[in-house]
Design a binder for this molecule. Structure first.
Ligand code: ATP
Ligand code: MG
Length: 470
């Protein structure tokens, strides 16, 4: 169902090529896309399409897979060779996961399964189209490319739309989301889409540092301001030089530090430790939290005035299980990058089996995108064949609880890895339970550094909130 005017016709100057051997589909898609304001061209097979790409150039290709003369997969490879930046969307009538996965691995931007939902087609094309136009517009500037964000699911497309609309103005943004949902990636994307993309992006984690260190990190210090301060330090607010400061885990800031930060935001001036005078600073603040700040200020755990100042715009990142459409595209991306870093050059990247894809969709992903990234990484390491099977993924629900015996016939190394995973998870959870969610205390007790402890927590999607006593 198309609601008129839901998508502004803002894709003027975008050249879209629709390739399908069925005339009805060419016409139908062509009409949908031209309503977005784009110029539409059509071709009935890969050969004709390729000629068009070579002779006239296009900005975006939508192609069927099965066509006479030259199919969509071959066209995809040829287009990527000619112009790697051009997004190619695969239209498949068969819905075969394997073909779709293969097309994503070969560089397709997305795949859509027929019959299409008109609204979804328009959403996708307007998103990809706007990216192409934005890239074109910014190629004149010294462009700092943002992280390659995957946001295919409609839920994430709405997030993307929101950040696209707020990125250009300097308003503060508060990103809220559970651990591993991609808060930092979103912060970097906001920066990359902003008017200050060519200036620095500086990240500070408020939970990692005690008050004084946090203060000197952000505000700077003069030599001799405290023991160990053996030279002047400018501080991140000044080092950002008009760029973006990403302040992560803001809920961990002490009340006194919250007050100091509020003053900086109000006055846009900082005073470094040990200095007698204020200096003016220019930066855009993006903050992130995995806790509910609103609930915190209602209980007196966070300053209300600071909450409103940080959260002029709030971006909420949903848990991965609520954006199922992103699971496969993310998995394929992680598969590619894990293969690049873990396999020897020239080695074949294994493919996800049908069962593994199903398992990815059934898992609840308590650790969100990060957990998915770890699962794929692990699978690439332990999988010794061309096909990644479910047990290679080591998903917590398969290894945790001990109800499921490991599959018969799994390799020794895999079994060992599963046992290690189970041990780590159990151990860290018990330590957190004993320390009532206090990570410093828990890590100290079991003789791990805080950073190592947190790394294992993230790996298993464990959140300290679960262990806090009310
Ligand atoms: N939409 C996405 N597209 C591509 N990669 C993503 C996306 N979301 C997350 N990632 C990847 O997943 C990992 C976790 O993301 P990120 O560090 O941004 O999460 P986070 O919410 O800041 O996590 P934490 O709460 O643990 O700090 C990173 O490696 C990141 O690159
Ligand atoms: Mg983070």
């Amino acid at each position: 169902m198309i609601r008129e005017n839901q998508f502004e016709a803002d894709l003027a100057d975008l050249r879209v090529l629709v390739v399908d051997d069925e005339e009805d589909i060419r016409l139908g898609l062509g009409k949908l896309v031209s309503r977005l304001g784009a110029d539409v061209f059509v071709a009935a097979d890969g050969k004709e399409a390729l000629k068009h790409v070579r002779d006239s150039g296009v900005d975006l290709v939508m192609t069927d897979l099965m066509m006479p003369r030259m199919g969509g997969q071959e066209l995809l490879v040829a287009v990527k060779e000619l112009s790697p930046e051009t997004p190619v969307v695969i239209l498949t009538g068969f819905g075969t996961i394997q073909a779709a996965v293969a097309s994503l691995q070969a560089g397709a931007a997305h795949f859509m399964i027929k019959p299409f939902d008109n609204e979804e087609v328009q959403l996708l094309i307007s998103r990809l189209g706007r990216q192409v136009l934005a890239r074109r517009a910014s190629s004149a500037r010294a462009s700092t490319d943002g992280p390659d964000l995957i946001a295919v699911d409609p839920v994430m497309q709405r997030v993307l739309k929101l950040i696209e609309s707020v990125a250009p103005s300097p308003v503060p943004v508060l990103i809220e989301g559970a651990s591993g949902t991609g808060k930092e990636v979103i912060a970097r994307t906001i920066h990359a889409m902003s008017a200050v993309a060519d200036k620095p992006f500086m990240a500070v984690n408020a939970a990692a540092l005690p008050d004084t260190l946090l203060e000197s990190e952000l505000f700077g210090h003069k030599r001799g301001a405290f023991t160990g301060a053996d030279r002047d330090r400018k501080g991140i607010f000044r080092e950002a030089e008009g760029g973006t400061v990403f302040l992560d885990e803001v809920a961990s800031m002490s009340p006194s530090f919250q007050g100091k930060l509020l003053r900086v935001l109000q006055e846009k001036r900082v005073r470094s430790l040990g200095s007698g005078r204020d200096e003016s600073v220019e930066f855009r603040l993006v903050a992130a939290t995995n806790r509910n700040l609103e609930a915190m200020f209602k209980n007196g755990g966070f300053r209300e005035d600071l909450f409103y100042r940080l959260g002029v715009v709030r971006v909420h990142l949903p848990p991965l299980k609520n954006r199922a459409g992103d699971i496969l595209p993310l998995a394929v991306r992680f598969l590619d990058s894990a293969a690049k870093t873990c396999l020897s050059p020239g080695a074949r990247t294994p493919e996800l089996s049908r069962a593994a894809v199903d398992a990815l969709h059934q898992h609840s992903w308590p650790g969100n995108v990060r957990e998915l990234e770890n699962a794929i990484h692990r699978a690439v390491i332990v999988c010794k064949s061309d096909s990644i099977e479910t047990h290679h993924l080591g998903l917590a629900e398969n290894t945790w609880g001990g109800e499921h015996e490991p599959d018969e016939g799994i390799a020794y190394n895999e079994g060992k890895q599963m046992a290690i995973d189970r041990f780590q998870r159990e151990f860290i959870q018990r330590a957190l339970e004993a320390a009532e969610g206090n990570v410093s205390r828990a890590s100290e007790r079991c003789g791990l550094t805080r950073a190592a402890f947190q790394r294992i927590m993230r790996q298993h999607g464990i959140e300290r909130e679960q262990f806090r006593k009310p």
